[in-house]
Design a protein around this ligand. Structure first.
Ligand code: BGC
Length: 470
């Protein structure tokens, strides 16, 4: 059977190996769908600013703007050894952080996998597992070789939306990123961990509950005092920034100094769940319906690493069903949800070979598709570029929204960014930069983007140390 594309190409190909006009017709349609114009970016940045103001006024808003109860900034004199437990993506990390009191930090860590069953089973099993991992770490990996006692005070990085009522208290708003454990409704997250630790007889004290963005902001702020915003662009996405307490109208705790600052965990992943401004396509809707949290985390589902591969898969399947790709045939592997990993997108974007051999390897060997043509591989590469570019541009709109909200564009600031998407996706940061320039012109140069690796664990330890002294 000859596909629509093959027929078109037979008619149109120039023989030069250059994309034919059949190719451009398909691409043009997709380009229109995934394009985020400068005007749209402006609308999105302004929309986010508006939602930020709403979230600061009242609880229960779409962009939750959660007060973290982390006030002020560390000054580098913090000292001691602290544990950090980091739950939020595909791995659980137990970290041991050494703060030496002169602004220097060192860290050891151990990663543990969290099975699919634990991610979606009873919450007690998940917390018991975490307590066991802490116990294992403390007995096997802690600094015993230095004859020091194991660190026993812990900051808990819990990277999900939590309605915090104190530094060590808060309830889950809802799960995100593929987690969907039962039995967590109305329960205090820190209490759940403390109970699990005591069930397992692990003598560790939980001092603080910290979102990963808050940890990233604090650890980056430790290195660069000009840091305004901490961002995660990984499995999920979110940002945390310093807000003046007097602007957090919904805070009723009058003992706080209104002129101090508090870190706000924005939870921007939920931005535009109402779908007023974001350019949601049918490919995104397909993903959303099948996700564990339909109609939630709309912004996150267009931007973060967990979802980009799946959106691309939906586009590829659509073109297969229209008989435009692979003679209308998919493979059992490609038909599986999540089979087109975001990591493949990085490889495909990096594939500069004339024949797109890396792309061919992924399609034919990893995903078992029958023989692919160069034109088909070019289309797949283009799909990936469109999905990846849209994500970067939307992230840029959020960066601009927050910096404008804080009046920091003129005076300048730094944004500390952690997460696999930002670290490893080729061209992501350049695309972010380009979109920021479209929005801010030359003033975009006042905003420094910095890599903030491993910030969430270190930040949680610094916050635990501050809490220990309070
Ligand atoms: C969560 C945030 C978290 C972000 C990055 C989102 O799904 O809601 O709390 O900061 O992922 O890990």
């Amino acid at each position: 059977m000859t596909s629509w594309l093959t027929r078109k190409l037979q008619n149109l190909t120039t023989g030069s190996g250059e994309p034919s006009s059949g190719y451009s017709e398909v691409i043009n349609d997709l380009q229109r769908e995934f394009n985020v114009s400068s005007e749209k970016l402006r609308e999105i940045a302004d929309g986010l600013k508006c939602e930020m103001r709403k979230g600061l006024e009242q609880t229960g808003q779409t962009v939750a703007m959660v007060p973290s109860y982390v006030t002020g900034r560390p000054d580098g004199k913090e000292q001691g050894r602290y544990l950090a437990l980091d739950l939020g993506g595909t791995n659980l990390r137990v970290c041991e952080v050494h703060l030496s009191g002169d602004g220097k930090v060192s860290m050891k860590q151990q990663k543990y996998t969290i099975s699919q069953e634990l991610q979606t089973g009873p919450v007690r099993d998940l917390f018991d597992y975490m307590a066991t991992c802490i116990d294992k770490y403390v007995t096997e990996h802690s600094s015993m070789e230095t004859r020091e006692l194991p660190a026993t005070k812990l900051g808990f990085t819990f990277s999900f939306p939590v309605l915090q009522t104190a530094l060590d208290r808060g309830t889950l708003i809802h799960w995100t990123k593929g987690f969907n454990c039962s039995g967590v409704e109305g329960k205090d997250i820190v209490e759940l961990l403390r109970d699990a630790l005591s069930r397992k007889n692990v003598p560790v004290e939980v001092l603080a509950l910290v979102n990963d963005t808050v940890g990233t902001l604090i650890s980056q702020g430790y290195k660069d005092p000009n840091t305004l915003l901490g961002v995660i662009l990984g499995t999920g996405t979110n940002g945390a920034y310093f807000e003046k307490i007097s602007n957090i109208k919904k805070l009723t705790n009058t003992s706080l100094n209104p002129d101090d600052t508090m870190v706000i965990n924005m939870e921007w992943g939920a931005f535009d769940n109402e779908r007023r401004v974001l350019p949601v396509t049918m490919f995104d809707n397909k993903l959303d319906r099948k996700s564990v949290n339909p109609r939630k985390q709309t912004f996150e589902k267009l931007v973060s690493g967990m979802y980009l591969g799946e959106i691309s898969r939906n586009v590829i399947l659509h073109l297969i069903d229209r008989n435009i790709l692979f003679d209308g045939y998919s493979s059992a592997d490609l038909n599986k949800m999540w089979s087109f990993e975001t990591g493949y997108m990085s490889i495909i974007e990096n594939d500069k070979s004339a024949d797109l051999t890396e792309t061919q390897h992924i399609l034919e060997n990893t995903l078992s598709l029958p023989k692919t043509s160069l034109e088909e591989r070019r289309i797949v590469k283009k799909i990936v570029e469109l999905v990846g570019t849209r994500a970067a541009r939307l992230a840029a709109a959020a960066f601009v929204g927050v910096t404008e909200h804080c009046n920091s564009v003129e005076k300048g600031c730094s944004i500390g960014i952690d997460g696999s998407l930002y670290h490893h996706y080729p061209g992501f940061r350049e695309r972010v930069r380009a979109a920021m320039r479209e929005l801010l012109g030359e003033k975009a140069e006042n905003i420094k983007l910095t890599e903030a690796s491993d910030g969430s664990g270190i930040g949680a330890a610094i916050i635990a140390c501050l809490a220990n002294k309070a």
